[in-house]
Design a protein around this ligand. Sequence first.
Ligand SMILES: Nc1ncnc2c1ncn2[C@@H]1O[C@H](COP(=O)(O)OP(=O)(O)OP(=O)(O)O)[C@@H](O)[C@H]1O
Ligand SMILES: [Mg+2]
Length: 198
Amino acid sequence: MTAGAKAALRVAVLRRREALPEGERASSSKRILAGVLDLPSYDRSDVVLAYASFGSELATDEFLGRVLDDGKVLLLPRVGPGGLGLYEVRDVVRDLAPGTWGIREPVPNRCPDADPASVGFALVPGVAFDRSGRRLGYGGGFYDRLLSGGLTGGTPLVSGAFEVQVVDEVPVGAHDVPVDAVVTEKGMYPRNGRAAFL
Ligand SMILES: Nc1ncnc2c1ncn2[C@@H]1O[C@H](COP(=O)(O)OP(=O)(O)OP(=O)(O)O)[C@@H](O)[C@H]1O
Ligand SMILES: [Mg+2]
C-alpha cells in the first residue's frame, strides 16, 4: 500500500533531516538556494511562488528576500477552505504571521490574492525526493492539488532539499505531481526530459 510506504518514508527522512547539525543546515541551505537562483528559469520568471520554511526545512528566508530584491512578484501559499490560496507578499516580515500548524503565512488583509496561473517559477517544499523528481510531501495532498490545479503545465517546479532527503525511489500514486528538478547542497537532479525547461 502506497500510503503505508509513504508514512514510513516520511518518518525515516524527517528523522534524518532533524538530526542535521544547525551549522550544516545553514551552510547547505545557502548552497541549495544559490543553485536554485542560478537557474535560467528563475531569472526569466517575473512571478515566483515560494514558501516560508519551518522546523528543520531548508531555510528559505534569504530566497524570499532575494526574489523581492530581484524585482519579482513573490507569492506565498495560505491554507484556506478550498486548499492552498496564493497571496502576493511585499514585506517578508510584516506581511507574514503564523497560521495553520504554526507555518508563517501571508496575512490576507495585507496581501492581495493572486492567480496561480501567473506563477512562472515555483519552489516546492517536500520531505523526500528521488532523482526522477518524485516527491513526498507532509501528507496533506495540498501541493499535489495546487500543482495539478491552478498552475499552468509548463511552469518549472523546483525543490530544494538536503542530500539526506534524497532516496532511491519515492512511492507515488496517480495524483502525485513530480518536480522538474531537485537541488541539493551537492548538485542538481533534473527530471528526465525537463532539463531544457530549467
Ligand atoms: N489532486 C488530488 N485530488 C484529490 N485528492 C488528492 C489529490 N492530491 C492528493 N490527494 C489526496 O491527498 C492525500 C495525501 O496525498 P499525499 O500522500 O500524496 O500527500 P503529500 O504529497 O505528502 O502532501 P503535499 O502535496 O501537501 O505535499 C491522499 O489521500 C490523496 O489521495
Ligand atoms: Mg503527494
